[in-house]
Write a protein that binds this ligand. Structure first.
Ligand code: ATP
Length: 347
């Protein structure tokens, strides 16, 4: 199948976006460790706001995606529960959003296979994440190549209309839009066009290497601040954050990525603008400014860390909560997949 010549981005069709009050929101996060402040500011804070704005919201712990990288089974089992606890601690409310584990809804994998058969190899090969990850992993597994199709299946399975994503995922959402179009053209209208909801924080950078994004799977302990970090951990990591040889605090992510990343974090954590953060930094050198940034991060994360600690101690509660979410997700997924199976000609 030939992909359309040009891949449209949701932002080009603002008038077609489902406004708050209608539509269905879907998003996912990999159980690859406790979320960091990049996940929090770039995704989770927004997820919490969206559950209050849309009538139907699903958040998935996408364990099928996580095995595109090697995982220790015991660690993965723990990470799934840890992620459930983390999402709840950040403010996800299971009364407002369906919180579930992707692998427990087998419809995801089946729809993904069907969509794989509608996707051309060149379409996947051009995706920047594949180019970057396959280079790092020396090619990587087939799952790493096709996971954007699984992401499309995750979204389309619930006929989702709005997908909060980070900037790094926009091309994958374009693919989901294309696959909805391709399926609808071939088998008749079924899937609505899903649109991106971009968060205002585009990318929080690694504290160790501000040219890279902050990432859960970054092995460098000083690179990320997790939501479970203690005030001492946070202060130490920010004190050690890589900046440059200029002591003045200014904001220019291109020429001064390290200090600009701290300004971004400060502004987002203290809920102020970048301009206001720079005003507060006036007269401070980067060393003194780091103390101010630490204070803002510690203040924001302390209640989250305490709630996470409480939730982690009750595994049975987390398991029961996920089981309930899995059931609710499956109730929505099953009729859509039954319709897909019928249209494709399986029954
Ligand atoms: P991994 O290292 O396992 O790939 P990750 O930290 O990149 O994990 P994901 O689970 O892939 O995180 O993504 C969860 C959500 O967090 C996505 O919406 C993604 O866009 C967002 N996100 C991830 N890293 C950042 C970051 N550094 N800044 C802003 N948003 C981010």
């Amino acid at each position: 199948l030939k992909p359309p010549k040009r891949f449209f981005c949701a932002a080009e069709f603002p008038e077609k976006k489902n406004p708050p009050g209608s539509g269905r929101v879907f998003s996912g996060i990999q159980p690859t460790g406790v979320p960091h402040i990049g996940n929090y500011l770039g995704a989770l804070e927004n997820w919490v706001a969206l559950q209050n704005q849309y009538p139907s919201v699903l958040y998935s712990i996408v364990d099928l995606h996580s095995i595109t990288q090697p995982q220790d089974p015991n660690q993965l089992r723990n990470n799934i529960l840890d992620m459930a606890a983390s999402l709840l601690a950040c403010g996800i409310n299971p009364e407002k959003a369906i919180l579930f584990q992707q692998s427990q809804v087998p419809e995801h994998a089946e729809l993904s296979w069907i969509l794989c058969c509608l996707t051309s190899m060149p379409r996947l090969r051009q995706l920047p994440q594949w180019k970057m990850k396959s280079k790092q992993k020396n090619e990587g597994c087939v799952g790493l190549f096709t996971y954007p199709v699984l992401q499309a299946a995750d979204i389309l399975l619930y006929k989702s209309t709005n997908v909060p994503v980070g900037e790094d995922q926009v091309q994958h959402l374009d693919l989901a839009q294309d696959l909805a179009r391709i399926f609808n053209n071939k088998y008749g209208d079924l899937f609505p066009q899903p649109h991106a909801l971009l968060s205002s924080i585009k990318r929080v950078k690694s504290l160790h290497d501000p040219s890279a994004k902050m990432s859960k799977s970054d092995p460098h302990v000083m690179a990320t601040i997790s939501i479970a970090d203690t005030p001492d951990d946070i202060a130490l990591k920010i004190r050690r954050a890589v900046t440059d040889f200029t002591s003045e605090v200014t904001f220019n992510p291109k020429t001064r990525p390290g200090v600009s990343n701290l300004v971004t974090i400060h502004a987002a954590m203290a809920s102020i603008s970048v301009e206001e953060a720079l005003l507060q930094a006036e007269g401070l050198d980067t060393g003194a400014y780091k103390t101010l940034v630490s204070e803002a991060v510690i203040q924001k994360l302390t209640p989250i860390r305490e709630e996470l600690h409480r939730l982690r101690s009750d595994r049975a509660h987390l398991e029961a909560l996920l089981a309930q979410g899995n059931r609710r997700a499956r109730e929505l997924a099953a009729p859509v997949l039954a319709e897909v199976r019928h249209r494709v000609g399986f029954c």
